[in-house]
Design a binder for this molecule. Structure first.
Ligand SMILES: Cc1cc2nc3c(=O)[nH]c(=O)nc-3n(C[C@H](O)[C@H](O)[C@H](O)COP(=O)(O)OP(=O)(O)OC[C@H]3O[C@@H](n4cnc5c(N)ncnc54)[C@H](O)[C@@H]3O)c2cc1C
Length: 477
């Protein structure tokens, strides 16, 4: 079959009978008609359609070696630096269509599947069947172009204890002849309710209890599986009022497993602590997911920079030195992110699985840097916009008999009121709305706890060259 169209994606999601709890109600009927999901599902469908545009075909797809079908580039296992560049350009083409605001567009999970497939031999330490299952699963998802959400964190209960949430965290309670049984909860599945399948893999922790060492993937409407959503931030189906929230609000949900049966052919890991640790240390999942994420965040930063410049032009504040300095901060961040990305590609090497793998050092720096700089972008937008972020009547207000008054009193240096408010409503949705706040939290935590990310950098960053340089200097005369 190969690449999906947007329509095929929507039809599939609508046919699923996923159990979704939202604000006291179980969602029934077409999910693509539901106010909380409608906008973002449409945006996701557009991504699938982009793969079919004739002028983008070469970039967005490749020919499957197994079926001859055209497959989405995010499933491509890079073998050369050119492949890595193609992956980056594909990710950025998708990101441009959502201003980089869809953090878990399907390319993220497709990248994880690509890595699992390439390093599937790692799972032989559990059993050979797991290797086969991963390979079959990758083929299945890639050939049908299905979408995935994922979840791997245990719920917050008592983080002072290593096994703090063991009693509520999803655990493997039984192995039966049909599969493994999972019971408990996991946090937090972004894109809940709008994907075909869910991938679950182990928490990177020191817990050696085999009940937590599992990995599997199942359809989202598997019996016993429930997605408990946060409130929707797509308040209204109004692009003028909520330009981002109405289009890109990827739902996050707690995932409940009520004695869910995972059939054996969907089980990738069922107890081995060795495989659990190899998954993080030897699969090179970090490098490839970080490459996808940093590619996307370059686009997101370009979008923020454009927004900042339009605000500056709108109310004509470019002569003030501190405004120019604030713009420069965003521009410097953009160049830093591009530098990390290109340097990671430039120093890429084939790993033990024969996959062209970006240099982890610049990517470690990038994923530590972005959670710190993104909140500063939000602060900058607030500092340069001031009351402009609240003097923002809705589109309906402009449809009343006060339209002329609003156009007059809310005009800017170069726009009438309607156009100026349109821009500032965007600035508000980036920096003030529930959607914007969630984006900030997401950027802070999407790759895990920033404190432990810094620790990971300390543990993995290659600094041999600089240490040797200083030793040579000290040893010299
Ligand atoms: C918007 C959003 C979307 C998300 N989407 C997904 C998703 O799609 N899939 C998924 O699996 N996960 C997702 N997550 C979860 C994300 O991976 C976690 O938020 C992240 O790993 C941090 O874990 P936590 O939230 O449990 O925080 P905690 O680990 O509970 O941390 C809370 C605080 O305690 C501190 N702390 C706790 N333990 C330690 C320690 N050992 N050492 C030092 N400090 C410590 C932290 O620094 C932090 O300040 C999402 C999170 C957010 C906010």
């Amino acid at each position: 079959m190969g690449i999906s169209t947007g329509e095929q994606y929507i039809n599939r999601i609508n046919q699923l009978k996923t159990d979704i709890l939202l604000d006291g109600n179980r969602i029934t009927g077409k999910i693509s008609d539901h106010p909380a999901f409608k906008g973002v599902i449409k945006s996701q469908a557009k991504l699938y359609d982009l793969q079919h545009q004739p002028e983008l075909k070469e970039l967005m797809t490749f020919v499957s070696g197994t079926s001859g079908n055209r497959i989405g580039t995010s499933f491509l296992e890079p073998k050369t630096k050119e492949d890595l560049e193609k992956r980056r350009r594909m990710v950025q083409t998708w990101a441009k269509s959502n201003a980089g605001m869809m953090g878990r567009s399907p390319d993220y999970m497709n990248t994880i599947l690509m890595v699992l497939n390439a390093s599937a031999e790692l799972f032989a330490a559990e059993d050979e069947k797991c290797v086969e299952n991963i390979k079959n699963y990758y083929e299945y998802i890639k050939e049908k172009d299905l979408s995935l959400t994922h979840v791997f964190v245990s719920p917050q209960k008592d983080r002072s204890k290593k096994e703090g949430s063991e009693d509520i965290a999803a655990r493997m309670v039984k192995k039966t002849k049909d599969g493994i049984i999972i019971n408990g909860s996991r946090i937090l599945a972004t894109q809940s309710g709008m994907t075909d399948e869910i991938l679950v893999y182990p928490v990177p922790s020191n817990i050696n209890d085999e009940a937590f060492n599992y990995a599997f993937a199942i359809p989202c409407d598997t019996p016993g599986l429930t997605f408990i959503c946060r409130e929707s931030f797509a308040y209204k189906d109004a692009h003028y009022d909520h330009p981002l929230g109405s289009r890109f609000d990827e739902m996050d949900a707690i995932v409940l497993f009520d004695n869910v049966l995972v059939p054996w052919d969907r089980v990738f890991l069922h107890g081995s602590s060795i495989v659990k640790s190899l998954l993080y240390s030897r699969s090179h999942m970090f490098e490839h997911t970080a490459h996808q994420v940093v590619s996307k965040n370059v686009i997101k930063t370009e979008f923020i920079m454009g927004t900042v410049q339009l605000i500056i032009d709108s109310i004509n504040i470019s002569e003030y030195q501190h405004i120019r300095e604030k713009f420069s901060e965003v521009a410097i961040a953009l160049e830093a992110m591009k530098g990390f990305l290109y340097e990671a590609e430039r120093n890429a090497k084939l790993n033990q699985w024969g996959t062209m793998t970006p240099d982890p050092n610049p990517l470690l720096a990038a994923v530590n840097y972005y959670p710190r700089i993104y909140p500063r972008f939000i602060e900058i937008i607030q500092l340069i916009s001031a009351s402009g972020l609240v003097a923002i009547p809705t589109e309906k207000d402009f449809g009343t008999d006060r339209k002329d008054v609003l156009n007059h009193h809310l005009q800017s240096a170069n726009q009438d009121g309607f156009e100026r408010v349109k821009l500032f409503r965007l600035a508000w949705d980036v920096s003030m709305s529930a959607f914007g706040s969630r984006q900030k939290l997401y950027e802070r935590f999407f790759f895990g706890d920033p404190v432990r990310l810094a620790d990971q950098l300390y543990g993995n960053y290659d600094r041999k060259g600089s240490v040797e340089m200083v030793k040579d200097f000290l040893g010299g005369t």
